[in-house]
Ligand binder design. Structure first.
Ligand code: PLP
Length: 422
């Protein structure tokens, strides 16, 4: 364990010794009106733009201008198989096999497509278990699936809740729910990392537990992908979905990722929605054949995909490939550990950190409850040049991202917070 120190010189020293420090220069850092860098702590909401993204997109714009439809075959990166350039890189980020991984659609769309295949309710086993503080879109999606199958969304939803006075979820409680109601539950759908508390769940443990009771298990890894080591394949999960615009720095609303466990790769019995892009690539363009489903996660695609969005994803994934998740997570733990250390100097009367203390049970985000605070604190913090996220009634969420946040960012952030609080 690194022994952290409080002074500014220590932050400077940490930056000097940081092997990944140069990556910060490869991003556009938002600035205030006077041209000073803002302290950007919302990579968990929209990751910053790599400077290379423009080049990657320009390449496709130029090829489109010069080649028109021929770009599908003649572009420098022929568009026809463009998603394939992303598959292995994305698989490595989330710890999956290429056959299990596809970049397509957007997150909530993928969640629905996955539930078409993996939410298979019967009269007696139809309920869906989610975290009580699930991201709203996930909750709405799940409720609409229940209604779509003719069930009451209130009765059909089982919530895994924190204990009274706590925020984090306890695995013993999940076990109790499954012991009591496991036979009623068709699907367990949880965030890989909870968006609010930053709690990183033990995907493998949850999956084994769910499977033991005959439930299918899926994860929404929007806050996990590019942030923690998800090891999706080893987790045994049936499916997972995530977006690319948070920690994966691929631009607002960019395409999402989807994981389908290898064990389902060749199943023809699974119900699914299909389109021409789920059809065998070799005969796709003869257009007359009976449907011939592609194996693996690719077989869940519907449409020919937006190349401009994929170009942005490629720019980002090339950087992730160069760095690798191991080094990224190593720096992330140091950065967040340092943040936690400095915050704790403020004292328990001023703040309480909700996020788990164990570095293996969290990513880079710290959710901080500020005692006696209201939204004016967030306003003042923003005015001081810190971009953070506020959640009523009194929690700020900050996510120091190892690719572009520095140790001095953290030092300056805590100094500004101190000034506002005292
Ligand atoms: C960000 C996020 C979403 C957003 O869904 P979109 O379909 O990309 O708009 C959904 N679920 C979770 C858990 C998220 O963190």
């Amino acid at each position: 364990m690194l022994a952290y120190k409080t002074g500014k010189d220590f932050a400077i020293e940490l930056d000097k010794n940081d092997e990944l420090a140069s990556y910060r220069n490869q991003f556009h850092i938002p600035k205030d009106k006077n041209g000073n860098n803002l302290i950007y702590m919302t990579g968990n909401s929209l990751g910053l733009q790599p400077k290379s993204t423009k080049e990657y997109i320009d390449q496709e714009l130029n090829d489109w201008a010069e080649l028109g439809v021929e770009g599908h075959f003649e572009a420098k990166n022929p568009w026809l198989g463009y998603h394939e350039y992303l598959t292995k890189k994305m698989a490595n980020v989330v710890g999956a096999k290429p056959i299990e991984t596809i970049v397509m659609n957007t997150l909530t769309v993928n969640l629905h497509l996955m539930m078409v295949s993996f939410y298979k309710p019967t009269k007696t086993r139809y309920k869906i278990l989610i975290e009580s503080d699930a991201f709203p879109s996930d909750k709405y999606a799940v409720e609409s699936q229940l209604r779509h199958h003719g069930f009451c969304d209130k009765e059909g939803l089982i919530l895994w809740k924190p204990r009274y006075g706590e925020e984090l979820l306890n695995y013993d409680d999940l076990e109790t729910i499954l012991k009591q109601q496991g036979d009623d539950i068709a699907l367990i759908l949880l965030g890989g990392v909870n968006y609010y508390t930053g709690q990183f769940f033990d995907l493998k443990r949850i999956t084994s537990l769910g499977h033991e009771y005959g439930c299918l298990v899926g994860f929404d890894c929007a806050h996990g992908a590019g942030n923690v080591k998800l090891d999706l394949h080893d987790s045994g999960a049936d499916f997972a979905v995530w977006c690319s615009y948070k920690y994966l720095n691929s631009g607002p609303g960019s395409l999402a990722g989807c994981f389908v466990n290898e064990k389902h790769a060749h199943r023809k019995d699974l119900n699914r929605f299909t389109g021409w892009w789920s059809h065998n690539k070799a005969t796709r363009f003869t257009m007359r054949d009976e449907f011939d489903q592609l194996p693996g996660a690719e077989g869940w695609q519907l449409s020919n995909p937006p190349i401009l969005s994929m170009a942005a994803i490629k720019a980002s994934l090339d950087m992730f490939e160069e760095v690798g998740m191991d080094k990224l997570v190593e720096k992330s733990k140091k950065l967040t550990g340092y943040f936690e250390f400095l915050m704790k100097q403020l004292g328990e009367d001023a703040i309480r950190i909700i996020t788990p203390e164990n570095p293996d049970e969290r990513g880079c985000q710290l959710s901080i409850q500020v005692k006696k605070a209201d939204k004016s604190l967030h306003k003042r913090l923003t005015a001081s040049g810190v971009i953070s996220d506020w959640r009523e009634p009194d929690v700020i969420r900050c996510a120091p991202v190892p690719l572009y946040n520095s140790f001095q960012d953290i030092y300056n952030l805590v100094e500004r917070l101190k000034e506002i609080l005292t």
